[in-house]
Write a protein that binds this ligand. Sequence first.
Ligand SMILES: N[C@@H](CCOP(=O)(O)O)C(=O)O
Length: 435
Amino acid sequence: MILYSTNHQSDDVSLEEAVFRGLPPDNGLYMPHVIPTLPASFFEKIDTLSISEIAFEVSKALLGDDIPEEDIKTIVERAIDFDAPLVALEKDTYVLELFHGPSMAFKDFGARFMASLMSYFLQKSQKDIHILVATSGDTGGAVAQGFYKTPGIKVTILYPTGKVSDIQEKQLTTLGENVTALEVDGTFDDCQALVKAAFLDKELSSKINLASANSINISRLIPQSFYYFNAYAQLKKAGNTKPVVFCVPSGNFGNLSAGLIAQKMGLPVKMFVAATNVNNIVPKYLSSGNYEPKPSQETISNAMDVGNPSNFIRMRLLAGDAHEEVVKHIAGDFSDDTATRAAMKDVYERTQYVMCPHTAVAYLGLKSYTDTLSEEVAGVLLSTAHYAKFLDVVEETLGTSVAIPERLSALLSKEKVAIPMTKEFSNFKEYLLSL
Ligand SMILES: N[C@@H](CCOP(=O)(O)O)C(=O)O
């Protein structure tokens, strides 16, 4: 895989360089020159494959020139060791549950694959690296779990103080060992800006081997494509012949970009719906053609509180670049907290299915799109996190208490350890240099 920078001012790089650099020096994003199409035989037998077998086939097509087949197998098997079931919710509406991994959010796919891939490359180079990651809630917990106690890797997680749920905060701040949490006095966008500034700072990069675990890193996106194929496989197995629509609750737009990669590799997708909360920069771009980032606003679907989505450029390029092409692949929708709560309550009362606020935003996005269609489709909404990660909001909205998985309830009694940090880059840089 050879990758270029979307700003076209940096040299092309290999997969290994892209994985460890994260961000090109010209502040663009790495994109593969070529995204291969999978053979028809793969789609013919897809319904007979497990998620890890699908992940292997997809990875082999993408990474086969860089990594021997047996090593790809090991990387995949280590990372993708949990399932992503497709649950039928109501007629032609399915929930793709992406929260069965260790941190109970879809980010486990990306974080575990990245950890497995980085460890593979590090075995050969013997260098130590320091991973920086900004989180609005879910990425941090998945990265903390994915890299916990990994030899040669230090992890620093930046999160906006007071703007993640209690359980999300405990996931970031209670592991210790090689994982440190910085509680930033600002928004997620401030955290992301600090991380990006660190990558572009010449002094820091000459002294520390920095790497990124956000979806700016291409190795986060590759594994996020696996579950789109797996959802299609499950629909095929169930006898579905209707066109497939995916609705993706979105913040930084890595998830939707991964879906577009799957589509480029041949996955038949009628349409993607980009569903956001009131941080609706992309739905507004889709309806107007103007991309206007702005400071993020706090909502109950906090993991999507992003005002300047990192992957916008990737999403646009993958969907054809020009606005009139992009809207052929992606429809947009956004919901405020009142509508989100109403959807959580309505679905629960009718079906007993408990959705987290992000999943409810996707539910509304899917309905708003499918209501405009004259043909029947199979609508798949991505459920990006387990509802219990947002316990207070869920119980208050549904007016009832809900079951909490042991894995999450065990965190509540643990003590938070986080270092306060301002949003000034000089303070963050000083901290990194002092380690
Ligand atoms: N929604 C994310 C924000 C970071 O996005 P990423 O996909 O770049 O890691 C979160 O939950 O932290």
